[in-house]
Each structure stands twice: as C-alpha cells, then as structure tokens.
Design a protein around this ligand. Structure first.
Ligand SMILES: [Zn+2]
Length: 265
C-alpha cells in the first residue's frame, strides 16, 4: 500500500524526528506505535502525491525514541511552503474537530459528515464547519517611506504592517480603513490587494494590501500599538520572518518603490 505522511499533534505541537537541522515526519508504519492513543484522524490532502493525515494523540503519549514534539513556527524555513501550508491546514482541522464535539445549537454530540469537512448534529441537523477569521493587513506608503508599527508582544525591535480582524458586517476595505484609523490615526486611499495567506494560529486568513497615505499624524492606539513611525525604505528596522505574509508585503512594496524611484531619477 502507498506510503503516507503523518502529521501527529499533541495539542498544537507536531511530532518530528530529533534532528534540529533536517527534522522529518513519521510515515505510515508509525501508526502501529500510536494506535492506542489516537483521539482523531483526518485525511488532509497530498504532498508530492503522498496522502497526508492529521492525527491527534492523547496527552499521556510520550514520543518514541528519536522523535520530539515541536511548534509549527519552528519549522518555517525548514519545511517548504507547500508542506508548511498543509501542516497548517492539518493543525486547524485538528483544533476544529477538538472544539466542535458538540452541537452549538442543541448540545447533542456531533457526528462527522460523510463527504464534507463538516460536523453534523444527529438531533437537529445543524452543521458546523471549520472557522476562518479574516485579518486585513495594510502597508501604508508615503513617497519613499512606509509606516510600520509594533505591538507589545513582538520580538524586541521588530516592526510590521498594520493588521487587525475583520468585524462582522464589514468589507475588507472597510476593515482596513477602520483598523488603520484606530491603530495609528491615519487616513489612506488607493487600497490595492497584494496576496493572502492562511495563518493557523489559530484560524486566520491574512489578506494583505498596500495603500497610500492621505492625512493624519501618527497616534499609536494605547495598549495595541507600542510604537509606530515612518521608515525610509533605506533604513528599515527588524522585520517579520520571510515566510510571513507581512514580510512578503513589505519586501514587495519596498522593491516597487525602489523601481519607481529609479525610473524617475
Ligand atoms: Zn443540534
């Protein structure tokens, strides 16, 4: 039978081999070692034509010799982006399965839908799907400067683009205008979509935009924003990890400004 790749989680931690520099994932033969501690098991897709399964094991499981549990973030830049994104999907499915054991409407125990990634209540037929929370991210440009901010939980010295959750009833553009006004007191226009990225901590969909500064003096939102300022593209601070959508948005925008500037001068 064809091989399989196992994404084995305990809580939010993933099982990999001990090697720090090139950790590997367990394959199908590993299933015999964990049979008795499996809490949930979903097929999540294919990586290079190999079926991948998301499995959660109970808290009392201790990794076999040669294996360890690690956070997904530690694997950024170690595994390729396709694999990271599939593991992120697996992590979200496991988390959703764990937190949707019961019907939110009538409290009965849910069952799994046969074909869809959904839970069905056998009593009232209510369906529960995995939750996705859109987060808008905006990089504000003013000539050859960009506005970057830091929240208190960032690594020391690191700055990033403005970001915040979309509220119910809002379009992405409305959310972006509101978040930027709230967090740094600035007005923008010329909002342009750049890219999006699933961010499984715990179930965000990051949607990244560039926008143009119009007016306003920066006033950081108390408690949310520790510091915010304009940075020249030639003197940028510490930026987020290259795998993050924030960093891609910043790199893309800076490259664009440079290209435009050189074309004019
Ligand atoms: Zn129900």
């Amino acid at each position: 039978m064809a091989n399989q790749l196992l994404f084995i989680f305990q809580g939010n931690q993933l099982l990999v081999t001990n090697s720090e520099s090139s950790p590997a994932l367990p394959n199908k033969s590993f299933i015999d070692l964990i049979k008795s501690v499996i809490l949930r098991d979903h097929q999540v897709g294919f990586y290079e034509h190999v079926l991948c399964r998301a499995i959660e094991v109970s808290e009392d499981y201790t990794p076999s010799a040669g294996y360890r549990f690690t956070g997904l973030r530690t694997l950024f830049g170690v595994f390729d982006e396709q694999l990271i994104s599939l593991i992120g999907r697996a992590l979200q499915i496991v988390e959703w399965d764990r937190s949707h054991q019961y019907c939110p409407k009538c409290g009965n125990e849910n069952t799994r839908h046969e074909h869809e990634l959904a839970k069905v209540c056998p009593s009232c037929s209510y369906r529960s799907y995995p939750r996705i929370s859109p987060v808008v991210m905006g990089l504000i440009v003013r000539d050859t400067e960009i506005l970057l901010a830091r929240s208190p939980h960032f690594a020391p010295g690191m700055y990033s683009a403005i970001a915040g959750f979309c509220e119910v009833g809002e379009s992405l553009e409305m959310a972006l205008h509101r978040e930027i006004k709230e967090e740094v007191n600035v007005s923008v226009d010329s909002i342009q979509y750049y890219t999006s990225q699933s961010w499984p901590f715990p179930h965000s969909l990051m949607v990244a935009f560039t926008c143009r500064y119009v007016s306003g003096i920066i006033i950081p939102q108390p408690e949310e924003i520790e510091d915010a300022k304009w940075f020249s593209i030639d003197a940028l601070p510490l930026l987020p990890h290259p795998v993050s959508v924030a960093r891609k948005l910043i790199d893309f925008t800076v490259a664009n400004i440079k290209a435009r500037y050189h074309a004019l001068h």
